[in-house]
Design a protein around this ligand. Structure first.
Ligand SMILES: [Zn+2]
Length: 282
């Protein structure tokens, strides 16, 4: 955040010491304050070219994500919920490794990310990729939807796209705005990364925007095609997902709201993706 942006936030009553922060907490509930936050933190994403609300630097987002990821993995391990299925772990790693190479070609800074993937043994239909490449996929989504390698590649390609498109930072920024000025004030004043870890957690439970979903669909299918995974699997994946939602909303759909024309839009992309896929298969 530049001094000018900081000044804007102070002017908006969102930061400025403890008293200012508490005042900010109240004013955040009002539309003008949120608007001020938006004005203070809009940046153009280098991959998509779209303007995004960003209150968190890439470094902060990655540091707090790494912290939240370590915590999630440690907790899963303590509960015996980290998958010990060697074949499944190897399968997921093989697929994500191929996607990671292509992510580097799409967004060069991701080549220096410390990528990691956890397979968590829980029945939930979920998967995510935080800023900086910290990923998880849950056994529930693989087993209940009986996912093929191509379909796992579509899930993780979509998730990785959220990360390289800066959607994690967007969600963290929204989590900060949601949690109020107190946290925002302390972050801006002291860059206290420890208070950002809960923001990374909260961000994972917030839905992406529909616009963000369309972007992740578009880039995800291409990422998977470049890595040699069948674009048709994207259609099958979302069909399976919508069938599964008959038994209550899967967590994945609560955080990845469907753009109205998701399957149509993906269908329209398949012919464009096939040459990329076929070239990657050679
Ligand atoms: Zn998504």
């Amino acid at each position: 955040m530049s001094p000018a942006e900081f000044a804007l936030l102070v002017a908006a009553g969102i930061v400025g010491g403890l008293t200012g922060s508490i005042a900010g907490l109240a004013s955040l509930a009002t539309y003008p304050a949120l608007l001020a936050v938006g004005l203070a933190g809009c940046q153009t994403n280098p991959v998509s070219g779209r303007s995004q609300l960003v209150l968190v630097s890439e470094e902060q987002a990655q540091a707090s994500s790494a912290q939240a990821y370590t915590q999630t993995v440690n907790e899963a391990q303590q509960k015996g919920k980290l998958s010990t299925d060697a074949a499944l772990n190897a399968r997921v790693k093989r697929i994500t490794d191929r996607l990671i190479v292509q992510a580097g070609n799409m967004y060069a800074p991701s080549r220096s990310w410390k990528w990691s993937v956890a397979v968590i043994d829980e029945p939930t239909l979920n998967a995510w990729c935080m800023p900086g490449g910290k990923m998880a996929i849950y056994t529930g989504i693989i087993r209940k939807l009986n996912l093929s390698d191509d379909e796992i590649a579509q899930v993780m390609g979509h998730e990785i796209s959220h990360a390289i498109l800066g959607h994690g930072r967007e969600r963290m920024s929204r989590a900060m705005a949601t949690q109020g000025g107190l946290m925002l004030g302390s972050i801006v004043a002291g860059y206290d990364l420890s208070v950002l870890a809960p923001v990374a957690d909260v961000a994972l439970t917030l839905p992406n925007s529909r616009e963000g979903e369309s972007e992740a669909d578009r880039y995800g299918i291409e990422l998977a095609a470049r890595a040699g995974y069948d674009p048709h699997a994207a259609i099958r994946l979302w069909e399976k997902m919508s069938q599964a939602s008959g038994n209550g909303l899967p967590q994945f759909l609560s955080t990845h709201p469907a753009p109205d024309n998701r399957i149509q839009a993906l269908n329209a992309l398949v012919p464009k993706m096939m040459p990329i896929y076929e070239k990657a298969r050679q």
